[in-house]
Each structure stands twice: as structure tokens, then as C-alpha cells.
Design a protein around this ligand. Structure first.
Ligand SMILES: C[S@@+](CC[C@H](N)C(=O)[O-])C[C@H]1O[C@@H](n2cnc3c(N)ncnc32)[C@H](O)[C@@H]1O
Length: 511
């Protein structure tokens, strides 16, 4: 894998993780202590050794003031202290439309904002928060509102609700572009719905909406088929921890127990360690756009976006992709290639089948006989398909974001740096995928050549042998056939490796 510095520009030399920008957060530990007192007096159980600490100049987090054992409940808040809004759960479609899912439509949105009932609940919760804020001392959520970040840091500095992102920045990553554009329009929808509240400034609407979007918890609703969205005082001070490969660095998870929402330690936590949980198993681009969280040191869920325009497809394939669900061919399709495939050695099972889809018959053209097991839509890995994939990946990689890297204005530098890191990681995924697809293309070409040669040779050998070998020994010929094919495969592999080595040497010489 290439060194990160090869493409990441100047901004990333500064520490990125947990940087929140330079806006002032005026909260003091006093507000958190008041909140703790209020909650405990109302029946919450909060470990007195949980410390709320300002862990950077702009953000707070919860830290262990003592060693905590695996399984311990560190915080328990009764449901009646939660600002809660129920919403109807949408039944999940039995089989998601392959393209719609891959296209990064709302299916790729990681939160309640992804569907109308969820957005209505978000708006309702923001409306409730504004009411409580206006009620001031008379509100049962007075202490909670005081402990929330002030409008100077909520929306968080890197959040799309904070300000419009420069267009050149979006060019860096198709994933960022798609998620940002979606977030903008969905956020606008909620802000417009909130505009009906009298005497409510845009700043207050943005504050309340950002509080709900970045701090909501999904809870089980009062009745079956209904879920609810809750703002959980104190528990919402826990920060997010990205997943790093097979390791489980996060410390806690939340559960619902006997009318309370509880935070439970998922592993032993040392004194002084931060208590975190996973907000969403989402790539950095989604975490940035939903929560304003800058990219982590590593995130197992990262993906690369690759945009395919329908004009690269032949007329026949265009008809096929329509059946797959890519109905508006004027809009580019966003495929996502997971990073996870890299860990399985050279297997690219996650990435390629996604890209192969235009070359595979859509489901409705596949007939299935009764009693037969459903077959996967096996990707067609012939040379022609692989060549198309190579072209697409090369085109995706040629979107080198050079212009925005050079002209990054200083007030946006944290944002530019965050997107630069995301774009860099996406380029790495694309490069690995391109490398592997090129290898496969070469192997497919060589294999085809050698199989043709082998078939001819096998045929001649078989004819020659048939004359000499008695009929009883015919199965022997079959075995010999396999042997010959295998031998041809072995030789093709050797030729492939030799060719690859030659190419590497040539590359080295060029360098
Ligand atoms: C639920 S709140 C967590 C408490 C918050 N830090 C505070 O000071 O109130 C979520 C917000 O905290 C910040 N945050 C959470 N996890 C983070 C992380 N790993 N890195 C940077 N910021 C994070 C983001 O601004 C996010 O929108």
C-alpha cells in the first residue's frame, strides 16, 4: 500500500483526530455536575467515578475515574427522563434493489434521516428541544439544555449544517459528494418544517436539528412496529470510536433494561480511559457528514465510491441495468467498494461483483425451477468484463483532486484536511482493486490462450491413445484429460508470474 503522504496535502500534517475546529465551547464542568445531580435525584444511576472531561479545546467526553469490569452498568437513565419521539418502523424490503443499494441512495444513509418517518421524528424531536429551550427554568430538560454544546459548536464545525461546503471540495470524493448532497437536502427539509415555530431563529433551528441528528439514540418503541428516537441526557456525552480491523477498541454499548436505558462496559476499562461506543458501523465519509467527526486513524468500514456514467455502457447493457433498478440513466451510479476485501488477501469478493452487475442478467431474467436452490448471481469474470472494470477503476482514479488541494482557504483547513484523508483512503481502496483486477485480466487472457492450446493438444493425444488403449481403459483417458488441462493451467500460471515479474522490473527501471 502506498504511503499516505504521497497524495495527502499539507493540511493532514496537523493532528486530525478529535480536532473540532477553533470555535469556543463555553460549557464548564459545572453544567455537567448540575445535570448529574438532577438526573440522580430523578432516579438515574450514574457511576460517581465517571468523569466528564474536556478532552480537546472544543469537545467533552466521559472518562473512567476507576477501573471498570466487563459487564458493569456504568450509567442507567429511566425512560421518563429521555426526550423521546416514537415513529413507525418501515418494513425492510425483502431484497434490496441491487443498484439502488449500490447507488448510494437513501439506502446508504446510516440513520433515521434516511426515510420519511425517521425525518418526521427528527423534526419532532428538534421541535420538542426548542420548546424545552424556550421554557427555560420551567422545563424538566433545563439541566440537559444547559449541558448541550452551545450554538457556537453545535452544529459541530465540520458538519454540513454549519456552512455550505465549497464545491471543489466535493470533487475530491464521490462518496463525500453524494452523502453531502443528500444530507443538505434532507436537512433543508427538516429546517423548513421547523420554520413554522414562531420566534425561532435559524441559528436555534440549526442548533436543535444538529443536536438531534448528532446525538439521537434508536430505542424500542412503546408498541410493536414502532420505534423511537431519544435524546439521552448524560449518556449522549459518550464519544464515538471507529472500528479498527478485528480489534474491538470501543468500550461500551447501550441497552434497554426494565424501563431504563443503560450503558454497559463491553470490556475491562482501565482508570483514565475514555468510555466510547460505536455510533454507526459507517465509513469515515458518512461519520463526517452525519456527526461532523473527522476521519479516524483507521476504520474497518471505509469504502471507496466509484461513479459510473451510463454512456460507457453498450445499448444492450443499458437495457439490462434498467431492469436492475438504475432507472434514471442520466444520473451517474455510485458503486461502493468496501475496504474489508483487502484483508482477505487478494480476494476481491466484495468489490468486483458490485461492479460486475451490468454484465450479469438481472433477477427477473433468471428462471428458477421449483425445488432448486436459489443461485447467486455469479459475477462474470471473463476477460471482457475485467477489461471494463479496469477502465472504470482507472477513470475513477484519474479524478485526482489537485485543484482543491492547492487552493484550500485557511478558514476551511480542517474540513479540507478531513476530506483529503477520506479521498486518500478511497484512492488506496481503488488502487488495490485496480491492481487485483489487472492481475485477473492478465490471468484470464493467459488462461484462455493456454486452455485453447491444451484442448487441441489433448484432442490429438486422445486420438493417438485411443488407437493403442483397449476399451476397458477408456476412463484412463478421462483422467489424462484432466491432467493435461491441469498441466496447461500450471504452465499458464508460471507464464503469468513471469510476465508480472517482468512488468515489475520494467516499472522499477522506469522509476
Ligand atoms: C453525542 S455527542 C458526544 C459528546 C460531545 N463530544 C460533547 O462535547 O457534547 C456527538 C458529537 O461529539 C463529537 N464526537 C463524537 N465522537 C467523536 C470523535 N471520535 N472524534 C471527534 N468528535 C467526536 C462530534 O461533534 C459529534 O457530533
Amino acid at each position: 500500500m502506498r504511503a499516505l503522504s504521497a497524495r495527502v496535502p499539507w493540511q493532514t500534517l496537523r493532528p486530525l483526530v478529535r480536532r473540532h475546529g477553533s470555535l469556543a465551547d463555553h460549557r464548564t464542568l459545572r453544567e455537567f455536575e448540575d445535570l448529574r445531580h438532577h438526573l440522580v435525584s430523578e432516579g438515574a444511576d450514574l457511576d460517581p467515578e465517571l468523569l466528564v472531561v474536556r478532552e480537546s479545546s472544543d469537545g467533552f467526553g466521559v472518562f473512567a475515574g476507576r477501573a471498570i469490569q466487563k459487564g458493569e452498568v456504568v450509567a442507567s437513565v429511566p425512560r421518563r427522563l429521555v426526550l423521546e419521539v416514537p415513529f413507525a418502523v418501515q418494513p425492510r424490503p425483502a431484497e434490496a434493489l441491487p443498484f439502488a443499494a449500490a447507488a448510494g441512495g437513501h439506502g446508504q444513509w446510516y440513520d433515521v434521516m434516511g426515510f420519511p418517518a425517521g425525518r418526521a421524528a427528527v423534526t419532532k424531536a428538534a421541535e420538542r428541544l426548542i420548546e424545552e429551550y424556550h421554557a427555560g427554568h420551567n422545563s424538566p430538560f433545563k439541566a440537559y439544555c444547559a449541558a448541550l454544546p452551545p450554538p457556537s459548536v453545535l452544529p459541530p464545525p465540520l458538519h454540513p449544517l454549519r456552512r455550505r461546503w465549497p464545491l471543489e471540495l466535493l470533487k475530491a470524493s464521490p462518496m463525500v459528494e453524494r452523502l453531502y448532497m443528500e444530507a443538505r437536502s434532507l436537512n433543508r427539509e427538516c429546517l423548513e418544517a421547523l420554520a413554522k415555530i414562531p420566534d425561532c431563529s435559524l441559528e436555534l433551528r440549526c442548533w436543535a436539528l444538529a443536536a438531534v441528528i448528532t446525538r439521537n439514540f434508536a430505542l424500542k418503541g412503546p408498541t410493536a412496529g414502532v420505534s423511537s428516537l431519544g435524546l439521552l441526557p448524560f449518556i449522549d456525552l459518550f464519544n464515538h470510536q471507529s472500528s479498527e480491523g478485528g480489534k474491538i477498541p470501543f468500550t461500551c454499548s447501550y441497552q434497554e433494561r426494565h424501563g431504563c436505558v443503560v450503558m454497559v462496559a463491553d470490556r475491562g476499562i482501565a482508570k483514565g480511559e475514555e468510555l466510547t461506543f460505536v455510533y454507526a458501523a459507517a465509513p469515515d465519509a458518512a461519520l463526517l457528514i452525519q456527526y461532523g467527526i473527522p476521519p479516524a486513524a483507521s476504520n474497518f468500514h471505509n469504502v471507496a465510491g466509484i461513479q459510473i456514467h451510463s454512456d460507457v455502457l453498450g445499448a444492450e447493457v443499458r437495457n439490462v441495468v434498467r431492469d436492475w433498478g438504475w432507472t434514471d440513466l442520466t444520473k451517474p451510479l455510485l458503486f461502493t467498494l468496501p475496504e474489508a476485501w483487502q484483508r482477505g488477501g487478494l480476494r476481491i469478493s466484495g468489490a468486483q461483483p458490485n461492479l460486475d452487475r451490468p454484465h450479469v442478467p438481472p433477477p427477473k431474467q433468471q428462471t428458477r425451477r421449483r425445488g432448486h436452490r436459489k443461485r447467486d448471481h455469479a459475477p462474470n469474470h471473463d476477460g471482457a468484463t475485467l477489461a471494463v472494470l479496469v477502465a472504470w477503476l482507472e477513470a475513477a482514479l484519474s479524478r485526482t483532486p489537485s485543484r482543491w488541494q492547492r487552493c484550500a482557504p485557511s478558514e476551511d483547513s480542517d474540513l479540507f484536511a478531513a476530506v483529503a484523508v477520506i479521498a486518500e483512503r478511497e484512492a488506496e481502496i481503488l488502487e488495490e482493486c485496480l491492481l487485483e483486477t489487472r492481475r485477473r485480466l492478465l490471468a484470464a487472457e493467459l488462461l484462455l490462450e493456454s486452455f485453447e492450446a491444451a484442448r487441441e493438444w489433448q484432442f490429438c493425444q486422445t486420438l493417438a491413445l485411443q488407437r493403442e488403449v483397449p476399451a476397458v481403459d477408456r476412463p484412463f483417458l478421462k483422467t489424462l484429460g484432466y491432467f493435461l488441462a491441469e498441466e496447461a493451467f500450471r504452465r499458464a500460471s508460471l507464464r503469468f508470474l513471469e510476465k508480472e515479474k517482468e512488468e515489475e522490473e520494467e516499472e522499477e527501471e522506469e522509476e
